[in-house]
Design a protein around this ligand. Structure first.
Ligand code: ARG
Length: 579
């Protein structure tokens, strides 16, 4: 794939032009040279040597002689099989400001996804239970993947495949009918629903009549009994209202939240198609699909004919393909379900759907709080997101109240919310996706370590510089003398920003938001190294005496602010102006 770094892309294009029609820009790999003295970029001629039937060093010499300083290129030299290119930094500085501010319809991020659709299934909690921590991590990772792909121009369909169907809902109906009127379950909220469910499971162990009773309730639900349906709907509404509170805190929304129940009338078609292809077999009275290289089959129908999780997922996959014609269909679900998704995609392939190869399970690791693993089921294992946020907010609030005494009460409240939520979200997206996370409050909230608040603080610092400079209007890029930015620390910042698009592409393609999270920490580090130079040397201060130099430096601060703010948004974090 061609580089998304605009300088690298321009250089590759210029070299390809110099080499003639047998070479395409995409064939050239533009890298950083081993030592900075050698230039800004190094391009090896190995890959094109075969096509041109010439030794790489000869080609490098020819290219170096032909490349004229123009556009981004300031000069070129051959070094063995490499061409080392020095770039016009002014060109690059101007480019990043234009792209960061969207001038001339430039983008920091290449628009690779325009006209294409990606489905992302994330969050997808089960009704009548609190959001378990793995749903929360799914929500945060999924939200970031939505933003990353949207930044590339994709149309993203955000899907919440809520678990609102299946035999557990029969248990809940049964439990409610038996004990729902008891004082312990008033008011009927998610905690009460969950307690009813937990009690039912416990009593099932000693009372054999409960299981068939629950199955019977689910049959009535499936048959469309209006009273049973209304009761189920009530449970669903109560649950969705609680989930929505968490979604509002996170700024998350969905385009399709029909949930598993939506596929109720779409399952017969799946069963017919499986049957028509001769894929259905019987196993202990249940209807299953045997899959190549799998020890266990995929369950399609239970002994008494009710549908299953996998049946609904088959119907959902087909529906998504028909409805949206996706290029990719992602499932952001904890790695405990790896087998389910592997089997699901295999079954789709057996059904003859070539697009099954475009379905991807995006698994992630567990979350621990203070060394304790959070379990997936049951009251004890669920973490209330609101409690986590409340804790983060309270801690941030006391740190802020101490540090910034000039904040009003309302500002303090609002900032604590953005930073508290941001701290939690960042801790979820910073580690590699499949790694387990240990949630350590001190690290999560730290203002100096690898934390969300540290990045947010860096943005606030950029705002503070602009406030202090009091520059009433931001000058456009061609009103700035970029050649004045001659310090390596300034160039390090711009160079990092040139790489932003590449990181977004990589994060989106591999569904790894942590690539952008680490990138932003690096950028904040570069910025801080540059900015703190001014502490030792007044000539290096952003707000220096020379007005032209000051304007150029302020413009670079602006680019940093834009990039960090946009980057944080791609991860699902806000960035307050004051901290
Ligand atoms: N509700 C499921 C659970 O909590 C997750 C659903 C994930 N999405 C899907 N299409 N299966 O385990």
């Amino acid at each position: 794939m061609a580089s998304s770094n605009p300088c690298a892309a321009e250089i590759a294009a210029a070299i390809a032009r110099a080499l003639g029609p047998d070479v395409r820009a995409d064939d050239l790999k533009v890298d950083a040279p081993p030592r900075p003295e050698l230039g800004d970029f190094a391009i090896g001629m190995f890959s094109v040597a075969k096509a041109l039937r010439q030794p790489p060093a000869a080609i490098a010499a020819r290219v170096a002689a032909e490349l004229r300083p123009a556009g981004v290129i300031a000069g070129a030299e051959a070094a063995g099989p490499f061409v080392n290119v020095r770039i016009d930094r002014g060109w690059a500085f101007r480019w990043v400001l234009d792209a960061a501010t969207g001038a001339d319809d430039r983008h920091l991020v290449p628009q690779l996804g325009v006209g294409k659709v990606i489905c992302i299934d994330y969050s997808s909690p089960n009704i009548s239970k609190h959001l378990a921590y793995h749903h929360i991590r799914s929500t945060m990772l999924g939200h970031s993947l939505v933003k990353l792909n949207q930044a590339l121009g994709y149309q993203v369909v955000r899907i919440n495949h809520v678990g609102d169907w299946g035999t557990t809902h029969g248990m809940l109906l049964s439990a409610f009918t038996r004990w729902g009127a008891e004082a312990a379950y008033q008011p009927l909220d998610v905690s009460a629903l969950n307690a009813l469910y937990v009690r039912f499971r416990a009593e099932m162990k000693t009372d054999d009549s409960l299981e068939p009773e629950a199955r019977n309730w689910f049959k009535r639900l499936e048959a469309g009994d209006p009273d049973v349906r209304a009761r189920w709907q009530q449970f669903r509404d109560i649950s969705m209202a609680e989930f929505d509170r968490a979604y509002v805190s996170l700024g998350v929304g969905f385009d399709d939240a029909g949930g598993e129940s939506f596929y109720e009338d779409k399952m017969p078609e799946i069963v017919e198609q499986l049957d028509a292809r001769g894929l259905l077999t019987e196993s202990d009275g249940a209807t299953v699909v045997q899959l190549p290289d799998e020890k266990t089959p995929l369950l399609i129908k239970t002994t008494d004919g009710t549908s299953l999780y996998a049946t609904r997922d088959l119907a959902a996959a087909l529906h998504r393909h028909r409805q949206y014609g996706f290029e990719r269909s992602l499932y952001v679900v904890d790695r405990g379900q790896a087998l389910h998704f592997r089997q699901l995609f295999k079954a789709l392939r057996l059904m003859g759907f070539e697009w099954a190869d475009r379905c991807e399970h995006v698994p992630f690791g567990l979350v621990r709080f203070g060394g304790k693993k959070t379990s997936t089921r049951g009251a004890s294992g669920s973490f209330l997101l609101e409690d986590v946020f409340q804790e983060a907010r309270d801690q941030v609030r006391s740190i802020l109240a101490e540090a910034s005494r000039d904040m009003s009460e309302a500002q303090l409240e609002q900032t604590a919310r953005i930073v508290g939520v941001g701290a939690v979200v960042f801790a979820n997206v910073l580690p590699q996706r499949d790694k387990d996370i240990d949630f350590d409050w001190d690290k999560v909230l730290s203002l100096s370590g690898d934390s969300g608040p540290y990045l947010q603080y860096t943005v606030a610092r950029c705002w503070a510089i602009h406030r202090k400079a009091g520059q009433p209007v931001d000058p456009p890029s061609d009103a700035i003398d970029w050649s004045l930015l001659s310090h390596d620390a300034e160039w390090a910042v711009a160079r990092r920003i040139l790489d932003f698009g590449d990181h977004v592409v990589r994060a989106a393609t591999s569904s790894e938001p942590h690539i952008v999270a680490h990138y932003l920490l690096d950028l904040a580090g570069d910025f801080s190294r540059w900015y703190t130079l001014g502490n030792g040397d007044p000539a290096l201060r952003v707000i220096c005496d020379d007005p032209a130099l000051r304007a150029a430096r302020l413009a670079l601060v602006r680019v940093v602010r834009f990039t960090l703010t946009n980057g944080l948004a791609l991860l699902g974090l806000g960035a307050p102006e004051l901290m």
